[in-house]
Design a protein around this ligand. Structure first.
Ligand code: L34
Length: 285
């Protein structure tokens, strides 16, 4: 039986419709939510993602402030911009699009954002809260993955989950979230001798390694749910994920496509976090 294709486009559309209503409530009460996005340099993929974030803000009624800085901007300049945005009571969320140019210290910049405006959920305070199960800003891609699974009726409690990739922005936090939902989680990485042996046991496979068609059909248990976080561009500029989508259609129970899967959910979760930050700042709800 062919796998269910989980549409991130559709699910993110429903999330954004709800966010839009909440943003209207913020506006009626006081002011629209506001998100500041800092983009340093001219990485073409980052430019696309930031553009998509701006479009989503417009749709949801979130005021978007974009700061596009040249690649050779001194680190201190970005830090002082963040300081002024931290101090600005009309700004609810701040994010600095990654990756940053090589001369900048990503940790230093991420840590400069006030935890109560950290709508990316990258600040160590929010990371710690996630791990200890406290209320926090969840990182957008992991939160989007959980929402995709929930909305598609994939249950997590008691299931085996394999996460392939251990980055701070996807692999590690998605593992923590799956664990918090009572899945039994294994995280595989470049030092794992036999990744396939782990993924074959899993009911849910999340793959975030940045290698086109890394997850092949023989690595997946029949009927498993596959979440593809990869965005790779092939020779002709076509987007491909980290999973062999075509082959997995006949093997998986459910699978997310690329594009139109996790990417749009990342953005929808950012919109949710921004409204959450705004409601807190306004002491609303
Ligand atoms: N600070 N940096 C910060 N926060 C983030 O949450 C991100 N991320 C990741 C990269 N750096 C970041 C994003 O915004 C990845 N990411 C992201 C956002 C949007 C999309 C993909 C990744 C997206 O819109 N994807 C579309 C296709 C886009 C295209 O045509 O290239 C999709 O349908 O998957």
């Amino acid at each position: 039986m062919a796998a269910t294709v989980i549409s991130g486009k559709e699910i993110s559309g429903r999330v954004k419709d709800r966010v839009k209503k909440e943003a209207e409530a913020c506006l009626a009460f006081s002011r629209a939510p506001a998100l500041a996005v800092i983009l340093v340099g001219d990485d073409p993929a980052s430019a696309v993602y930031v553009k998509n974030k701006g479009k989503a803000c417009e749709y949801c009624g979130i005021r978007s402030l974009e700061y596009r800085l040249p690649a050779d901007t001194p680190e201190e300049e970005v830090l002082s911009l963040i300081d002024s945005l931290n101090a600005d009571d009309t700004v609810d969320g701040i994010l600095c699009q990654l990756p940053l140019p090589a001369h900048m210290d990503e940790k230093k910049i991420t840590n400069a954002i006030s935890p109560d405006k950290d709508v990316d959920g990258f600040h160590p305070v929010n990371v710690g809260r996630l791990y200890t199960g406290e209320d926090c800003f969840l990182p957008c891609t992991p939160a989007g993955i959980l929402r995709l699974l929930d909305e598609s009726g994939v249950s997590l409690a008691g299931k085996r989950a394999a996460v392939v990739g251990r980055s701070n922005i996807v692999g590690k936090p998605v593992a923590a979230l799956l664990l918090s939902r009572n899945a039994t989680v294994t995280v595989c990485h470049s030092g794992t001798p036999d990744v396939a042996a782990v993924t074959r046991e899993a009911d849910i496979v999340v793959v975030a390694v940045g290698k086109s068609k890394f997850l092949t059909a023989d690595m997946v248990k029949p009927g498993a749910a596959v979440v593809d976080v990869g965005i790779n561009r092939d020779k002709d500029g076509k987007l491909t994920g980290d999973a062999d989508f075509e082959a997995l259609l006949d093997k998986a129970g459910a699978i997310t496509p690329v594009p139109g899967g996790v990417g749009p959910m990342t953005i929808a979760m950012l919109m949710e976090n921004t409204v959450k930050a705004c409601k807190r700042h306004l002491r609303l709800g």
